[in-house]
Ligand binder design. Structure first.
Ligand SMILES: Cc1cc2nc3c(=O)[nH]c(=O)nc-3n(C[C@H](O)[C@H](O)[C@H](O)COP(=O)(O)OP(=O)(O)OC[C@H]3O[C@@H](n4cnc5c(N)ncnc54)[C@H](O)[C@@H]3O)c2cc1C
Length: 340
């Protein structure tokens, strides 16, 4: 390979945010960054080509001890909102598929169980999910309802001490091998959307991996079919009694999406810079030409602005002052522009 190290981290931090971090935040950042350079970058391309899920990388990720999303207790590692963000940023710098996996596992499933579950459900699932001994999926989207998932049609019908689920879900990450799926369905009794835990192997639940994806190919999304799936009534998330509860979990993941986008932007900038300094044309590296330098500098300016933005969001979160609209002032378009 001509430029084997093109994806390796350059530790871009132009405004020295490193100085603002606690020892623990620096440690988590460095550990995740090294993991990405050492384990993810050398192997992820082949998984991507084969559209295969990188199970061995997930085992190694478990050993890093970075899955917990800042949840206190329940075997989750102590992580500030900044630390949580830095971990997501680094994983996404390495690969968006692995980043999506962590977002589902921690940002959606663990958060939903922590926020909306009973104490018994938390104790049963969170420690295993944090150690990646159990994998989670989050089933909200349906074939006919994506942006308007509030109109979802999957039904939940009470039958004695069980609830019977019927319907279809689409795009659901991890669900073909997940130990537990947080499943959103409409209660036939009162028409409200409620959340249920469906455990692996429950009869009537099938999840088929979607094929021919053009992006995030190393993580599996699935089409779920639910045909008379009986779950114990105790598997209902007690605080998920309306669509608001699903919205609460999704709102919490908005900052996370900003950090994920930052990871992609950093990768685009760093790859471009490394390549431009190594690639020789007209007997000079590309980076010696002013037109190329101008592009790199404007990329750095945008990356730096995004870093400050994400850092501030995390600090507001830590102080309990983050509002949903602040987080929603997202920066998803910047990474796409940088990548181009
Ligand atoms: C890689 C991947 C992983 C996913 N993982 C999960 C998962 O684990 N669990 C899960 O439940 N879901 C998952 N999803 C589904 C995701 O949440 C939906 O794709 C998303 O909600 C959008 O729905 P849709 O794809 O049906 O698009 P649509 O809702 O059909 O939207 C199509 C386009 O129309 C635009 N649009 C829609 N409504 C409006 C409007 N009112 N005004 C202006 N523009 C509008 C949208 O922005 C979009 O560009 C995943 C999707 C992807 C691609």
């Amino acid at each position: 390979m001509l430029y084997p190290d093109v994806g390796r981290s350059r530790g871009t931090d132009y405004f020295l945010l490193h100085d603002e971090l606690t020892v623990q935040e620096r440690d988590l950042w460095t550990r995740t960054r090294d993991f990405v350079d050492r384990e993810v970058l050398p192997s992820i391309g082949d998984y991507w080509d084969r559209a295969e899920f990188p199970f061995p990388l997930v085992e190694k990720l478990a050993a890093l001890g970075v899955v917990g999303e800042g949840i206190e207790g329940y075997g989750c590692p102590a992580m500030s909102p900044v630390a949580v963000g830095l971990v997501h940023m680094e994983l996404n710098r390495g690969d968006g598929s692995l980043g999506a996996f962590l977002a589902i596992q921690a940002g959606l499933v663990m958060k939903a169980i922590h926020l909306l579950g009973s104490e018994e459900q938390r104790v049963r699932w969170l420690p295993r999910l944090a150690r990646l001994e159990a994998i989670g999926a989050f089933g909200l989207t349906e074939p006919l309802h994506g942006s308007d998932s509030i109109a979802l049609e999957t039904t939940a019908q009470r039958d004695g001490d069980h609830v019977v689920l019927n319907g279809d879900k689409r795009w659901i990450g991890n669900a073909s091998f997940a130990d537990v799926t947080v499943l959103w369905a409409r209660d036939s009794a009162d028409g409200a959307v409620k959340g249920f835990l469906v455990e692996k192997g429950t009869p009537g639940f099938t999840a088929d991996v979607m094929t021919r994806k053009a992006s995030v190919r190393a993580v599996w999304q699935t089409d779920i079919s639910l045909r008379d799936v009986r779950v114990p009534a105790g598997n209902q998330l007690p605080d998920a009694t309306s669509f608001k509860a699903a919205g609460q979990v999704l709102a919490g993941s908005r900052t996370l999406v900003a950090w994920m986008a930052l990871g992609h932007a950093v990768a685009a900038y760093e790859c471009a810079l490394t390549y431009a300094t190594q690639r020789m044309q007209f007997d000079k590296p590309l980076a010696a030409f002013q037109l190329v330098q101008e592009k790199l500098v404007s990329m750095l300016a945008e990356v730096t602005a995004m870093q400050l933005y994400c850092f501030r969001l995390a600090k507001l979160d830590e102080d309990g002052r983050l509002t949903e609209t602040m987080a929603a002032l997202g920066n998803g378009t910047t990474p796409a522009r940088l990548a181009r």
